[in-house]
Design a binder for this molecule. Structure first.
Ligand SMILES: [Zn+2]
Length: 249
């Protein structure tokens, strides 16, 4: 498929990535026609959504019901002190639009529930997991498996970050990896650059899926240990007993 026609301004804006052979004009056209849902715009989703907007993903839906607090600012890069007390999703949408006015940003100031998750996921090409709890991640995972939408799982704790890409029907899903809900941590300790690393990698995985470049981290849980400065990729298999994707094997 040939790429969408790019304006002179777009050719200039995306010049450095157009020079990457795996992207080029064709890939840039694909990005322009793509829709991505970023679920949660905190440390992970904030960074991921900025890179997706900067790269020219044509439609970015942001879902988040939180209000910006001072303790968010050690890691949540779209925001400034002026945004304190504002709905994060509105402040993030404003930041993304100021970064790239050639794309459409849709802020959805809602909590993700079993009642709205399918409607939020339907029609998008990729979902980025920017959540801080596994209950909502499971809802997103299950909706993605149901609708066949790739899901880029990311999580952080202290100096450690994790990423796994779920390609429904191809690789394992989040519930193959983790059949039970892990114990709830009320306030997760986070060193700011760690969600920066994982959020950037989630954006990179998304751009690769949208353009067809390279191979993803499907079937591999990537664990980043910031203390030892080490990445380990742990193979994960699909589980026939998986409550989400087992029946589709
Ligand atoms: Zn599964």
């Amino acid at each position: 498929m040939s790429g969408a026609v790019l304006s002179g301004r777009e050719l200039e804006r995306y010049d450095r990535q157009l020079r990457v052979p795996e992207i080029g004009l064709d890939g840039q056209g694909r990005l322009k026609r793509s829709k991505v849902l970023v679920a949660g715009v905190g440390g992970l989703g904030g960074v991921a959504s900025m890179y997706l907007a900067a790269a020219g993903v044509g439609f970015v839906r942001l879902v988040e019901d939180g209000v910006l607090e001072l303790s968010n600012l050690n890691r949540q890069l779209p925001y400034s002190e002026q945004d304190l007390g504002s709905l994060k999703v509105q402040a993030a949408a404003k930041r993304l639009r100021s970064l790239n006015s050639d794309i459409v940003v849709e802020p959805v100031p809602e909590r993700i529930t079993s009642g709205n998750v399918v409607e939020l996921v339907r029609g998008v090409d990729v979902v980025v997991d920017g959540m801080d709890n596994f209950e909502t991640r499971f809802l997103l995972n299950d909706a993605c498996v149901e609708l066949g939408v790739p899901f880029i799982h990311g999580a952080v704790h202290g100096f450690e970050g994790r990423l796994m890409t779920v390609i429904p029907g191809v690789g394992p899903c989040l519930r193959c990896l983790m059949p039970e809900l892990p114990k709830v941590v009320e306030t997760i300790p986070v060193v700011g650059p760690v969600p920066g690393v994982i959020g950037s990698l989630q954006a990179l995985e998304t751009l690769k899926i949208l353009t067809g470049a390279g191979k993803t981290s499907a079937g591999r849980l990537l664990v980043f240990n910031g203390l030892d400065m080490d990445f380990v990729a742990i193979p994960v298999n699909r589980s026939p007993k998986c409550p989400a994707c087992g029946k589709k094997m």
